[in-house]
Ligand binder design. Structure first.
Ligand code: HPA
Length: 280
């Protein structure tokens, strides 16, 4: 039988390490996707902790994914921001990918805002759009690769967590309200999460379009673990490219494009997230 890679004692040890370095006790966390790292610059009273210093914490190898935890204040509210995440395609198990979510829970965080860069599937989406995640399809999980695979620690959460409203309806309403006040257009749709790292073939894009509005390589596993632990989740995708659905299209998605567009969109998403955290 598959054993878990981590135990509750390890999550607690990581959490204690972080909390020993700050007087802040954030209940809100922000995971910053590709190109979004500048958002952490909006924080004040910061303590910066490289993932590599935190006991047991997996460290990212991907360009544009920094691997730094920042505890600080966003518009005077205590938050913890994660600059960079590790991905399944780097060779990490989904339990390693989601390790940090369990650490946040052990720190007392009860609300997690997950951001990512994603390819647009919905034909009405344009590069530069922001999409509120209404729901997800976690394709690897549907065929058995769940971060919850393995013995269940009932103290952390139930064996069979329900996922009926994984992306918190009240937080989604709040996000729309704040976006409206700020004059920021916010699309809404289903995020399809894949293992990566290859971008999708045109046939895969046509298939994925029948089940979702945007596609990426993260977020859903973190949502599953967050919901398992009873956390509230808000998810926002930046549409950094339009997924290519025909072999005749000459323009191809690149990681550099994803980072570039993500960086261009960062100020707008920072404004939105700051507004949401303030209104919580
Ligand atoms: N596909 C998968 N992941 C992505 C994409 C994409 O087109 N864009 C950004 N992340």
């Amino acid at each position: 039988m598959k054993q878990n890679l981590f135990s509750r004692e390890q999550f607690d040890e990581s959490a204690r390490f972080v909390l020993a370095r700050t007087d802040l006790r954030p209940r809100v966390a922000l995971t910053l996707g590709s190109g979004l790292n500048p958002l952490a610059n909006a924080l004040t009273d910061t303590v910066t902790i490289p993932y590599g210093n935190i006991p047991h914490f997996p460290v990212s190898t991907v360009v544009g994914h920094f691997g730094i935890m920042v505890v600080g204040k966003l518009n005077n509210r205590p938050v913890v921001a994660l600059k960079g995440r590790v991905h399944y395609y780097e060779g990490y198990d989904y339990q390693e990918v989601t390790y940090y979510v369990r650490v946040l829970r052990a720190m007392g965080v009860d609300t997690i805002i997950l951001t990512n860069a994603a390819g647009g599937l919905n034909r009405s989406f344009r590069v530069g759009d922001l999409m509120l995640i209404a729901d997800h399809v976690f394709l690897p999980g549907l065929v058995g690769s769940s971060p919850l695979r393995g013995p269940n620690d009932n103290v952390l959460g139930p064996r069979f967590p329900e996922m009926g409203a994984a992306y918190d309806p009240a937080l989604r309403r709040l996000a729309h309200q704040v976006a409206g006040q700020l004059g920021i257009t916010l699309q809404e749709g289903v995020y399809v999460s894949l293992g990566g790292p290859s971008f999708e073939t045109p046939a895969e894009v046509r298939f994925l379009r029948t089940i979702g509005d945007a596609v990426g390589m993260s977020t859903a596993p973190e949502t599953i673990v967050a919901r398992h632990g009873g956390m509230r989740v808000l998810g926002i995708s930046m549409i950094t490219n339009i997924a290519v659905d025909s072999v005749t299209v000459v323009e191809k998605p690149t990681h550099e494009e994803v980072l570039e567009v993500g960086q261009e969109m960062a100020p707008r998403l920072t404004e939105l997230l700051s507004g949401i955290v303030t209104a919580m």
